[in-house]
Write a protein that binds this ligand. Structure first.
Ligand SMILES: Nc1ncnc2c1ncn2[C@@H]1O[C@H](COP(=O)(O)OP(=O)(O)OP(=O)(O)O)[C@@H](O)[C@H]1O
Ligand SMILES: [Mg+2]
Length: 636
């Protein structure tokens, strides 16, 4: 791994911009210098050779000139003097004069050859040349230029002169020139290379820094700054780069800050969610939320327990589908969703998945987000089975207690009557002949017996399981029948009657005779409570869902009010007025309200009152559109 890394580094080094720039520059220098040196060397050499050749020509022509008359006169001594003189010139290796036949007439180096003919091809060419002939040869192991020129007097050839010029000095000069040029090349390359290296470094350093910076940025290290040096565009690039990194850094800091705050928010939201989740989980009421499409959004564990449905299988499904087996629930939820309004405490029985039913109290409320944006609805179910059971127990013990009171009342009532009857029967034997006694007997005894019969009738009525004969009727119709019955009495007591019958109330289904009886008792009591000149008000209308006495949308009811301006009911009596035999009247039996209560309950309705002693009393009866419950159910 390590040698490879090293190789990579070396490779990268040679691959770097600086190395390339340097190599390129040196290559160009090398090519240019080689060309220049080749040309210069060629020119220099040609000049040096040309110089030597010109000098040789001058020397040989000079020798020819001074040798023409000695050749004409055959003055060998002069010829010898001439060659010796020429020999004295620098670089001259030899000087030779040949006569007309080509034999040596004078020789500066080898006088013994005088008189002999030279036979070598080069010598022969020289001896026969018509013009200046330059040949290259060797003399005493030394390269020479051999110059030969004929000596002509008129048109006749009188001989030939030859001069051998050594090349040694010329070659030395050429060599020196070459060495100088090579030196120059080396120096130029060195200086040029150095300069190129400096320039390459100056160019590549900022580029390298830029590259390193970019690499660091790619790694995520944004805190980069490059010294703004370098040449023109590179300097500009560095400035732009610094600007870019500064911006990137700033943006990253902004992003990090945003990320940080988002994370905080997220944690807050998560905390809040787990907070609400744990609240929801610990609440014993069942809570179901729906989104705007009517799909189940959340279900808490209590709701799962209550409905027998698991969150996993119902979340995301339509509520109408989920609660198909207990449609009342989905109706109430969908109504809340449609109306964007909540409902309070609707009692209903929730059918569970396994078929059993649980009595629950259900309320709904719209879910609102920020700025009141609708999110859906929440339904809260409270299991009231225990409450109902307790209520049942209470009712049972109430009934036992009431039975006690009832028995006591009954005993008292009947005992009084029986006592008076017994008194009469005891004295019959004694007073039978007394006409006044007989008259009193006939007046009192049947009356008392009638009263006993009446009480027993009413008791039977009270005890009989309800057997309603429902028929369509209008409540105002029944009320008017009651008023008709009391027309004389109302007139006699100058009671003002006000009827406030709402028009939108439809006919209901109920037992007309029983209802008549119930209203009769209420109107009777009202009249009994009022002094002459009082006001009796009869009202009918819809009972609005959400009203304190109501049972919500599921049970729209008709409301009947019977209001008087009578003596009112004191708070201490308020609890007892519905008890059988509770009466404040001398002639009353105290069974009227008990009976009325039973009749209304038999219809599935309810009865209550508001009273202010000294001001008046309002009895309120709520009736369903049709009888709801049977007597059997009521007696649970
Ligand atoms: N409108 C009313 N104003 C004042 N007190 C009332 C009114 N209605 C009922 N009461 C009180 O409630 C008691 C019980 O009434 P209830 O109708 O049951 O019996 P009663 O009227 O006394 O006798 P009866 O059996 O003849 O009707 C009355 O005695 C009276 O004291
Ligand atoms: Mg009464």
């Amino acid at each position: 791994m390590r040698p490879r890394a090293l190789l990579d580094r070396v490779g990268r080094r040679f691959d770097s911009l600086q190395t390339r720039l340097l190599a390129g520059t040196i290559l160009i220098f090398l090519v240019v210098m080689t060309g220049v040196i080749a040309v210069v060397e060629y020119r220099q050499r040609a000049a040096i050779i040309g110089e030597v050749l010109r000098r040789g020509e001058v020397i040989v022509r000079d020798l020819a000139a001074i040798s023409s008359s000695p050749l004409l006169l055959y003055n060998f001594t002069a010829l010898e003097q001439n060659v010796d003189r020429v020999r004295g010139n620098t670089d001259v290796v030899y000087a030779v004069v040949l006569d007309a036949e080509g034999k040596v007439a004078a020789h500066s180096r080898r006088p013994e050859l005088v008189g002999s003919a030279l036979t070598a091809p080069l010598d022969r060419a020289a001896a026969t040349t018509e013009t200046l002939l330059v040949q290259e040869s060797q003399a005493r192991g030394e390269a020479v230029y051999d110059f030969a020129v004929p000596v002509m007097i008129g048109a006749q050839r009188w001989g030939t002169v030859r001069v051998g010029l050594s090349k040694r000095r010329m070659e030395a000069q050429i060599r020196r020139t070459r060495i100088e040029l090579a030196g120059l090349t080396a120096v130029t390359l060195l200086v040029g290379g150095l300069a190129a290296a400096l320039v390459a470094r100056a160019i590549s350093r900022p580029v390298r820094e830029l590259a390193a910076g970019a690499e660091a940025i790619a790694r995520g290290d944004l805190d980069q700054r490059i010294e703004a040096g370098g040449f023109g565009e590179i300097g500009q690039l560095a400035v732009v780069f610094n600007h870019m990194t500064a911006q990137l850094l700033q943006q990253r800091r902004d992003l990090e800050a945003t990320h940080e705050s988002l994370r905080d928010r997220f944690e807050e939201v998560a905390d809040l969610k787990s907070y609400t989740d744990s609240i929801l989980a610990s609440i014993t009421s069942g809570i179901v939320t729906l989104d705007l499409d009517g799909r189940v959004a959340t279900v808490n564990p209590a709701a799962e327990l209550l409905t027998g449905l698991f969150a996993g299988e119902i979340v995301g499904r339509y509520c109408t589908e989920v609660f198909a087996h207990t449609p009342e629930v989905s109706e109430i939820l969908m109504e809340a969703l449609a109306s964007r309004a909540g409902l309070g405490h609707v009692s209903l029985s929730l059918r569970r998945r396994n078929g059993t039913t649980v009595p629950v109290e259900m309320s709904t409320a719209p879910l609102r987000g920020l700025e009141g944006k609708d999110l859906g609805v929440v339904g809260v179910f409270r299991d009231v089975s225990q409450v109902r059971e307790l209520e049942g127990q209470l009712r049972r013990s109430d009934r036992l207690a009431a039975l006690g009171t009832f028995a006591a009342g009954l005993a008292h009532e009947i005992k009084n009557l029986l006592a008076s009857l017994r008194t009469f029967t005891r004295i019959i034997p004694r007073k039978f002949e007394d006409a006044r006694f007989r008259e009193t007997f006939m007046r009192v005894v049947p009356h008392e017996l009638e009263r006993i019969n009446g009480i027993v009738e009413q008791l039977l009525e009270l005890a009989r399981p309800s057997r309603l004969r429902p028929a369509p009727l209008t409540v105002p119709g029944v009320l008017d029948r009651v008023l008709e019955l009391y027309a004389n009495e109302l007139d006699a007591q100058a009671i003002v009657v006000t009827r406030e019958y709402a028009r939108d109330v439809p006919a209901i289904t109920a037992d007309p005779e029983r209802l008549y009886e119930a209203f009769l008792n209420l109107v009777n009591n009202a009249l009994a409570a009022m002094a002459p000149g009082g006001r009796l008000t009869l009202r009918t209308g819809w009972h609005r869902p959400g009203d304190p006495m109501g049972r919500g949308a599921a049970g729209r009811r008709v409301r009947v009010e019977i209001e008087d301006t009578g003596s009112g009911i004191s708070p201490s009596e308020a609890e007892k007025v519905f008890d059988p035999f509770f009466t404040t009247k001398a002639e009353g039996t105290g069974l009227g309200l008990a009976l009325t209560h039973k009749i209304i309950e038999d219809h599935g309705g309810s009865i209550g009152f508001r009273s202010t002693p000294g001001v008046g009393t309002v009895f309120t009866v709520l009736l369903p559109l049709a009888p709801e419950r049977t007597a059997g159910e009521r007696d649970v």
